[in-house]
Design a protein around this ligand. Sequence first.
Ligand SMILES: Cc1ncc(C[n+]2csc(CCOP(=O)(O)OP(=O)(O)O)c2C)c(N)n1
Length: 355
Amino acid sequence: MESLATVIRYLDDDGQACHELPLWAHEMEPLLECYRWMVLTRLFDQKAIALQRTGQCGTYPSSLGQEAISVSLGQAMEAEDIFVPYYRDHGTQLMRGCGMHELLLYWGGDERGSAGGPAQDFPICVPIATQCGHAVGAARALQLQNKPQAVVCTLGDGASSKGDFLEALNLAGVWQLPVVFVLNNNQWAISVSRQQQCGATALALKGIGAGIPSLQVDGNDTIAMMDEVTRALERARSGGGATLIEAISYRLSDHTTADDASRYRPDDEVQQAWKREPIARLKQFLMRQGAWSDALEQQWQEHCQHAVAAAVKHYLEMPEQPPEAMFDYLYADWPSVLDGQLQTFAERRQRRLGE
Ligand SMILES: Cc1ncc(C[n+]2csc(CCOP(=O)(O)OP(=O)(O)O)c2C)c(N)n1
């Protein structure tokens, strides 16, 4: 069982190596790949917020400051693995092939936004922690079928207080399921702080109680995240059972565009957190290694700006679905009991259109 004595990290706050790096991290390409995706994710995030502010997208949960968690998952997972996301995983979803326009569709309230990415991945889960039960169900199915795939289930610190998470964790421990829980501890569950959330010194201790190898990782350190997620996935795929990773990070943004974090969160705490944010940290590391430069940065920023602009155009130009479309995604087999509701709904809409 891993010790919880220390938070695992390889890069300090300035992006200097503070421990001997894992062998794979001597190759720059995987880290460059992560860096590029993190920059794209952040630009996408800014644009999504701007669209919401101008009435062109619905409520949106920013991933500002938590990009290293998302992108490490995207990099470490195999295409065949199953991703069971919560609502702050834009980076992983993009890396798994979900289009930016599809993410915008989702947050714009259009069900077609759930169609992106590998077919076996689950849609974004907004109810907190309910996805944990789905994840262990999927992991059990893989186990019964002897499939060498793993499930990754993400959740927040607030979600870790819910029974759904604890029940799922318990099953994952008893049945040694091929699932990796990545607990994004961004310190706040809307206005409830980490300290108000749980009396234990580490949220990862909940995994130890379930008999699951559990660790605390610096979630803003891409190298540490990649290393531990990769190890946990390999263990899961080879029959070694579940892992719980508490990824320690910080939500630099409001909870969602419907929230104003300045009402409950001290400014100086946010200022301190900016000093540990993951993108600048990895950039400094890559620059020192000679693997990244100002010129490359400028080129990449321009590329991302174009990609985001094209995705926004695609999203805004998608023909709207009729409101009845919401009935289409509820059941695999249409229950005839809904026939009447659908008909009444369509008739009322026709009447309104005629008014
Ligand atoms: C079952 C359920 N109860 C309450 C909510 C309202 N709610 C939305 S987000 C949230 C806090 C979640 O915090 P956390 O799990 O730490 O994730 P974070 O948003 O900080 O990433 C709550 C209580 C919900 N979405 N689902």
